[in-house]
Structures are given as structure tokens and as C-alpha cells.
Design a protein around this ligand. Structure first.
Ligand SMILES: [Zn+2]
Length: 451
């Protein structure tokens, strides 16, 4: 991160097809963003990296993909219908609305007049909809505000069908919806967003150990997956009696209490331009959710422990993160401005596995059909294994800069010499060093590096 500000990233995202304002031609709609051709690849690669670490490579975690709309009683049991609220105030002068806890003084952030705010009232963040043709109160349903509850209500189904013993986890990636009062900071806070959550069910009494284990595991995953520098990531420890920081800027912290369902949280924070902000929460949710569902559904949520012959409701440790925030952190961490031969070069130094395109292929001369054909054939061959693109719409220098700006690790040029020696030039995004590689070896050469 070269001290880049939010406007630069927002503008790059639009110009290069990462993220567009939702419904832009109609003036947009607050809190909804559309991922473009580059953004969808980056996002899918991040999701794949998470699923691989959390499900594929583990013996003790399995995945599900649940419906977004659940029985409304789920949200009664979880507390969302009654308590998932933010304090809303309205300026009596300009009628703008704000979250009371975000106001810094008694002056309206919109019109600047002092002392015009109404008393706060609790505003529920659930998105309401209706199920079926009858418009009465019994047909009201909600778009899920979190994916977690689907893991709780499916806990018995998964445990029995997969013959799982404690400790084990259930993971899910999916959309969630929150009718936030105030938007801002691009895709950091959205009304529609994507979550990656995992509920890890453990024996009561072992939850603190597992809470620490998941903090370390998740922190390492962030550092490795996004190559985040130590000074850009830290842990906020939120306990009932105190809040403190493990990592950089330990004095930059406000006292907090864990959410009502949690006996303690580890929040992983990234240093965004707007300050340290949460990118993942690791909550120790106790038996809060399973007990509530046992009570509301009347179904037995206990687990029979074969070894100790005890029956109990498992405790839960939950690492939960938002994909959109991960995309944003990835963009900031990867963004670089360099000066090369007196020219500014913008490079997104994505880790190879996350880069939207792994390779771009150019013919040195686009008016030489033999070169064009070789370059097109190579692109077609690469596309069977990875995202690759052909481009001949400019001079080589311009094509390189375009690929640098979208983070493509390797550019491959087919030149006149290729016709004789069957070799192409591969140029490295970060070092800009070039090597000659036999055309038949290119795919293997790339796969060794970008997987
Ligand atoms: Zn006002």
C-alpha cells in the first residue's frame, strides 16, 4: 500500500472493471455494488482460497449451501427480529437520517445546524419480504442478515448424515442482507454482501482453547493469502471486562463489549485509509444459538458424547468474514505506484493465486498473421487451465501497463524470432524481468507458478 486513498481505488475499480455502482444508469442505489469482469474473478479466487483452507484441506469441517430465506422463527430465536437494531436519529432541519452512535458532535453532518437531532429510536436492520400470494402478517419473511443461523438449524442433519464427532465445523459462503442506516467507504459496508462463516462445534470447557486456535489460524490465513504486511493487520481482543490490541497501534482502540451471543471476540482488523477496521470476527458463541433453537423449535439439540457418556449442547466458536471487505483489503494491500524510466507505473501486485487473469498473450506485430495465429493458439491452450487473454490493441509498452494495472502476473510475447526458435518471451509483473520459454512448455511453466 503506497498511501493510496479510497478515491483512487474506487476509480481504478470502475475504470478497469472490478466494481461498478449498482444500477448506475438509474443513478445507483445506496449500498449495492456490482462486480465486473475482473472483480468477479478476484472474488471467486478469494472464495476458493477460503473454502480450500476451511473445508477441502480439513478433516473436521464440512460445507453447506442453505436457502437465503428461512422460516421467520429462526430470526425470532436468534434475537434478530427483536434486537437487531441501530439507533436512528433524524435532523429536524434537513431531514437526513443518521446512526446516533456515529455522530461526533451535536451538529448535523449534512446541514451543519446544531441541536436539530430527534431522540434516537431503534431501527431494525432486517430486510422484510413476503412468501406466497397472501399479503398478511403470516406471510412475512426476512432476507437473512447472516449465514450462521443455517449452520445452527442444520447442525443435527449434518452431524448425523456425515457421522461427525465433536469437535467439527460447518462452513458456508453466501449472500446476506442488512438494511444499514448509513452507507459509506465503498464496498466496506453494503446492504447486500457476501459472507464466509464457519461454526465450529466443541465440547463445553474446551471453547477457550479453540477460540485461540482459530484466532491464530485465521490471522495466518490472512497474512499468507493476501501477503499482508505485519504493520497492516492486528487483533482486537474484546472481553467482557476489557478491550485491547495485539499488534500495531495498541493505543488506537476504544473500549467495547462483546455482542450479546458471545462471551468474547477476536476481531481481525486491517489498516484501511479510514483507519483500523474489522475484516473478520472470531466469536465464542457458547451454546447461545443451539439452546435458543432447542427452545423455539422444541427439537433436541444435545450431543451424546460416546467417550464420556455425557449429553450436552455443544459450544460454538465462529470465524466469520465478509468477502467484499476481503476484496477491498486485497486491493489496498496489492496497490503499488512505481516510477520506471521516469514514467509512473501502477501495479496491483496480487498474490498469483488471487489475480483475476494469470497471463496475457500478445503478438509483437499484429499485421503478421503467423504471429497472430501462434498467439491466439497459445491463449486458447492456456484457457483450458487458467484465465488468460489475448490482446493486440496497442504497442507492447501500453499492453504491459494495462496488465500491470489489473495485476496479471505474466505477459507473453510472440515475436518474429518465435518463428525460428519456437520460444516466447515471458515478462514478470513485479520484477519486469524477461525469460525465453519454449512455446510447448509455457502452460506447465505458468501452472507451476500460479496455482
Ligand atoms: Zn441537517
Amino acid at each position: 500500500m503506497t498511501n493510496v486513498n479510497m478515491e483512487t481505488i474506487v476509480s481504478l475499480c470502475k475504470r478497469r472493471g472490478f466494481v461498478f455502482q449498482g444500477s448506475e444508469i438509474y443513478g445507483g442505489i445506496g449500498g449495492f455494488w456490482d462486480y465486473g469482469p475482473l472483480g468477479v474473478e478476484l472474488k471467486n479466487n478469494i472464495k476458493r482460497a477460503w473454502w480450500r483452507a476451511m473445508v477441502q484441506e480439513r478433516e473436521d469441517v464440512v460445507g453447506i449451501d442453505a436457502a437465503i430465506i428461512m422460516n421467520p422463527l429462526v430470526w425470532k430465536a436468534s434475537g434478530h427480529v427483536d434486537t437487531f437494531t441501530d439507533p436512528l436519529v433524524e435532523c429536524k432541519n434537513c431531514h437526513h437520517r443518521f446512526r446516533a452512535d456515529m455522530l461526533k458532535s451535536d451538529a448535523c453532518p449534512n446541514c451543519g445546524v446544531r441541536g436539530t437531532m430527534t431522540e434516537p429510536r431503534q431501527f431494525n436492520l432486517l430486510f422484510k419480504t413476503r412468501v406466497g400470494p397472501v399479503e398478511d402478517d403470516a406471510s412475512i419473511a426476512y432476507l437473512r442478515p447472516e449465514t450462521a443461523q443455517a449452520m445452527f438449524v442444520n447442525y443435527r442433519n449434518v452431524q448425523e448424515s456425515m457421522r461427525k464427532k465433536l469437535p467439527f465445523g460447518i462452513a458456508q459462503i453466501g449472500r446476506s442482507f442488512r438494511n444499514e442506516i448509513v452507507m459509506g467507504n465503498f464496498i466496506f459496508r453494503d446492504r447486500e454482501f457476501e459472507q464466509m462463516e464457519m461454526e465450529f462445534f466443541v465440547k463445553p470447557g474446551t471453547e477457550d482453547e479453540w477460540h485461540d486456535y482459530w484466532k491464530e489460524t485465521r490471522l495466518n490465513w490472512w497474512k499468507q493469502t493476501f501477503q499482508i504486511r505485519d504493520e497492516h493487520i492486528r487483533v482486537k481482543v474484546i472481553r467482557k471486562d476489557r478491550t485491547y490490541i495485539e499488534g500495531p497501534d495498541p493505543d488506537d482502540v476504544k473500549s467495547e463489549v462483546p455482542p450479546h451471543y458471545s462471551k468474547g471476540n477476536y476481531d481481525l482488523e486491517y489498516k484501511f485509509p479510514m483507519g483500523w477496521s474489522e475484516i473478520e470476527g472470531i466469536a465464542s458463541r457458547t451454546d447461545y444459538d443451539l439452546s435458543a433453537h432447542q427452545q423455539w423449535s422444541g427439537k433436541d439439540m444435545t450431543y451424546f458424547d460416546d467417550e464420556t457418556k455425557e449429553k450436552y449442547i455443544p459450544y460454538v466458536v465462529e470465524p466469520a468474514m465478509g468477502v467484499d471487505r476481503a476484496v477491498l483489503a486485497c486491493l489496498f494491500e496489492s496497490y503499488c505506484e512505481e516510477t520506471v524510466r521516469n514514467e509512473k507505473r501502477v501495479v496491483l501486485k496480487f498474490p498469483y493465486a488471487l489475480a483475476p487473469y494469470k497471463a496475457a498473450v500478445f503478438p509483437l506485430l499484429r499485421n503478421r498473421p503467423e504471429l497472430v495465429e501462434l498467439a491466439r493458439n497459445l491463449t486458447r491452450d492456456l484457457k483450458t487451465e487458467m484465465m488468460a487473454m489475448y490482446d493486440d490493441t496497442g504497442a507492447i509498452g501500453k499492453l504491459y501497463r494495462r496488465q500491470d494495472e489489473i495485476g496479471t502476473p505474466f505477459c507473453i510475447t510472440v515475436d518474429v524470432q518465435t518463428l525460428d526458435d519456437h520460444q516466447v518471451t515471458i515478462r514478470d509483473r513485479d520484477s519486469m524481468a524477461q525469460v525465453r520459454v519454449e512455446i510447448s512448455q509455457v502452460k506447465g511453466w505458468l501452472l507451476e507458478r500460479v496455482r
